[in-house]
Design a binder for this molecule. Structure first.
Ligand code: KG4
Ligand code: ZN
Length: 368
């Protein structure tokens, strides 16, 4: 099955063409073409993603990226390319950005007479953790990356940590989700980005905070401590706005912020964020006892959080399998959207009616 996948939920415009085989127990994806344009540097001066700028950039870049992908797959001159399905992110995300991808996908679908399947962005992040890069194959003389799907034993608990979401979701059956916990206010990625802004580190702030914090740990660490919000309540819900406010108050006591101060704040903030993630994931593991824990979303690239989760699994849940995305798939991309669409199609889900952008929906319904 050949899938053209499109992702425009936030500030990455991405298009990929995959050749997919197998199903949920063993699938392989050969990347026939892949193109991604990150707008992050354009949004940097706003300190976050500016929706109308994102929309304009998606509109400008989608046709260019599609041509690039089609050229890579040697299909550029085919008036009806040999693909079976068009997959597009339908949400959650920024509505104007989502609509751009959806309109583009539907237009192609009409022109080529191909079905269009809407994919949940968070489902892409769940699947991302199960894709492992295989040997680079060759196709028509060119290199082609391949990804293999890890055969995951269910139930599977997904910790989704990104710029828009922080949630724990349980999957007992493929594509049936139960919400175990979620943030009551900011997402963890937002907290990283806002703290980075307070420290004048620029956007996106996650990687910059992580780098400063790592350097500080190597220098002997910090004595600075921030609170671990909601650590002691007995839910699996998160809160990050109190942590952000604690950083803000701390910075008020430091009117002349030095690089040394920045490094201490970055480490103390990252330590607190890591602990909150570990505490809530522990509680969710105790409550749901899954066979597999997957971590997805942009913040899953964070080394300190990975270390915390690895220690938790090793020491307290050694029978649970832990999976993260490859570094190439942690951020937003079209490969995981195509893979999620394939798994849904393989499980019998079909395209239905015209698509609508679903700005703020979450992957799962509450268990209560
Ligand atoms: O999944 P993603 O690419 O986009 C959304 O769906 O939101 O996640 C982006 C978020 C940003 O907040 C960014 O700062 C954060 O992921 N991020 C990180 C790291 N790399 C990216 N946060 C902490 N540590 C990192 N290494
Ligand atoms: Zn994302």
């Amino acid at each position: 099955m050949r899938i053209l996948a499109i992702e425009t939920s936030c500030d990455e415009t991405a298009v990929a063409l995959l050749e997919a085989t197998g199903g949920t127990s063993s699938a392989t994806y050969t990347v026939l073409g892949n193109a991604l344009f990150s707008q992050a540097h354009l949004h940097a001066e706003y300190g976050g993603v500016y929706p109308n700028l994102a929309k304009r950039e998606h509109q400008r870049n989608l046709p260019l990226l599609l041509d690039k992908v089609m050229a890579e797959a040697a299909m550029i001159y085919q008036s009806t390319p040999s693909i079976d399905l068009i997959a597009v992110t339908k949400g959650p995300g920024l509505e104007p950005a989502l609509w751009t991808g959806i309109a583009f996908a539907e237009e192609l679908g009409k022109k080529w007479g191909k079905p269009v399947l809407g994919v949940d962005h968070m489902e892409g992040h769940v699947v991302s953790a199960l894709l492992k890069q295989g040997a680079v194959g060759s196709r028509q003389g060119a290199e082609a990356a391949t990804y293999h799907l890890l055969p995951a034993t269910l139930p599977l608990l997904a910790l989704l940590i990104s710029g828009g979401h922080t949630e724990l979701v349980l999957m007992r059956e493929w594509f049936k989700y139960e919400l175990v916990g979620r943030t009551k206010d900011d997402s963890i990625g937002e907290a990283f980005d806002k703290v980075a802004r307070m420290l004048d580190l620029g956007y996106p702030g996650g990687p910059k905070i992580a780098e400063l914090a790592d350097t500080q740990r190597q220098k002997g660490g910090t004595d600075m401590v921030f609170p671990r919000p909601m650590a002691h309540d007995n839910t699996c819900d998160f809160s990050f706005s109190g942590l952000k406010t604690a950083v803000l108050y701390k910075l008020r006591d430091m009117p002349k912020l030095t690089d040394n101060d920045r490094a201490h704040v970055a480490q103390a903030f990252e330590d607190a964020a890591r602990d909150v993630i570990v505490i809530k994931t522990r509680r969710a593991l105790q409550q749901t006892r899954p066979e597999t824990l997957v971590v997805g979303g942009g913040v899953s690239a964070n080394r300190e959080i990975r270390k915390g989760l690895e220690k938790l699994i090793e020491e307290e849940f050694p029978d649970t399998t832990l999976a993260y995305p490859d570094k190439t798939l942690t951020g937003d991309n079209a490969i995981v959207i195509g893979a999620a669409a394939h798994l849904r199609a393989a499980a019998g889900y079909t395209t239905q009616g015209p698509l609508t952008a679903q700005g703020a929906q979450t992957l799962a319904r509450s268990r209560q």
